[in-house]
Ligand binder design. Structure first.
Ligand code: NDP
Length: 326
């Protein structure tokens, strides 16, 4: 095996998001067009046959960068020497299941995977958790991987970020690439706070050109509830856009964010903005040389404080719910 091949693990490889993600990763969209990669796809045992179908399709693409595809139901195989991991597979809520039961069922999965990452992956692995509740699942995986830098466990709020950018671009009659410095604060859930106070359109602050009523009554709930709106329209949850955001998150973390812009990532709080250390919280970040940095010293007004407090409270309650596994 060549040393310059990157090993990329994807859990839930036969699921809706996994099915989109695997092909984009295999085409080189995370590490770029010169980096050879090996895919490690993990599934639960009953889904191994479907996963074999995914592998056959990946083979049929004859991707120039794809050296090998490993399919398995064993986390220890999936995470062996992994350079990065997308933790997508998670237990969906079934009829009659309480939120707390869902939290615990997933906590179990992510504690097993955290331990396996600790034992098998490269020490500098970058982990992105997509499976919900993503922030708390990332916290559990991290706490079960004591030998890995805790900064290397992150949760995805990039889809929320991209959704918000797109909404603002439409409102401004602009293009999403012109919209910079937007922020998603907090949890990847309906309590998240999409903040446009520092957002710019073609280098100009947008807040004064945006109707405050539209911002509060339309924009914020639209971003918070976009997932439900897609389920209603499509009859299935968002999958391609979630996979696209996962690629964006990992790509920017590895390769850096663009000049004069930032993005949103769920990362371990270092106490910034009064968020208790350790909680996995979405902050505005820049990335450089494979590291992310939380943007510091942004002014937090009373409204923002209230919104940040609400999402922080929810995350702390989630953490309480899984305390036995930490
Ligand atoms: P999806 O691929 O649609 O979703 C996977 C996870 O991503 C869910 O937890 C989902 O949360 C979450 N998610 C996060 N953001 C989004 C978003 N914006 N839109 C939609 N989903 C989002 O689920 P499937 O059921 O199709 O596939 C899951 C696969 O995982 C199955 O094949 C299953 O067998 C596998 N699995 C693998 C495990 C493992 O590898 N050990 C463990 C458990 C399951 P939400 O449910 O809230 O939408």
């Amino acid at each position: 095996m060549s040393h310059d091949v990157k090993n990329i693990a994807i859990t839930g490889g036969a699921g809706q998001i996994g099915y989109q993600l695997a092909f984009r990763v295999a085409s080189g969209q995370v590490y770029g067009p010169k980096q050879k990669i090996r895919l490690h796809l993990l599934e639960i045992t009953p889904a191994l046959s479907a996963l074999e179908g995914v592998k056959m399709e990946l083979d049929d693409c004859a991707f120039p960068l794809l050296e090998d595809i490993v399919t398995t139901d064993n986390p220890d195989v999936a995470f062996t020497n992994a350079d990065c991991a997308f933790l997508v597979g998670a237990r969906p809520r079934s009829a009659g299941m309480e939120r707390k039961d869902l939290l615990l069922a997933n906590a179990e999965i992510f504690s097993v995977q955290g331990k396996s990452i600790n034992a098998n992956a490269k020490k500098e692995i970058k982990v992105l958790v997509v499976g919900n509740p993503a922030n708390t699942n990332a916290l559990i995986a991290r706490e079960n991987a004591p030998d890995i830098n805790p900064r290397n466990f992150t949760a995805m709020t990039r889809l929320d970020h991209n959704r918000a950018v797109s909404q603002i671009a439409h409102r401004m009659g602009s293009h999403s690439s012109d919209i910079k410095q937007l922020i998603i604060w907090g949890n990847h859930s309906a309590t998240q706070y999409p903040d446009i106070r520092f957002c710019q359109n073609k280098g100009k602050t947008v807040i004064n050109d945006i109707d405050h009523d539209w911002y509060i009554k339309n924009f914020i709930p639209t971003v918070q509830q976009r997932g439900a709106a897609i389920i209603k329209a499509r009859g299935a949850s968002s999958a391609a856009s979630a996979a696209s955001a996962a690629i964006d998150h990992m790509h920017d973390w590895i390769n850096g964010t663009e000049e004069k812009n930032w993005t949103s990532m769920g990362v371990m709080s270092d106490g910034s903005y009064g968020i208790e250390e350790g909680v996995v919280f979405s902050f505005p970040v820049t990335c450089k040389n494979g590291e992310y940095h939380i943007i510091q010293d942004l002014e937090i007004d009373a409204f923002s404080q209230e919104m940040i407090h609400a999402t922080n409270k929810e995350l702390r309650e989630e953490r309480e719910g899984v305390a036995s596994l930490l």
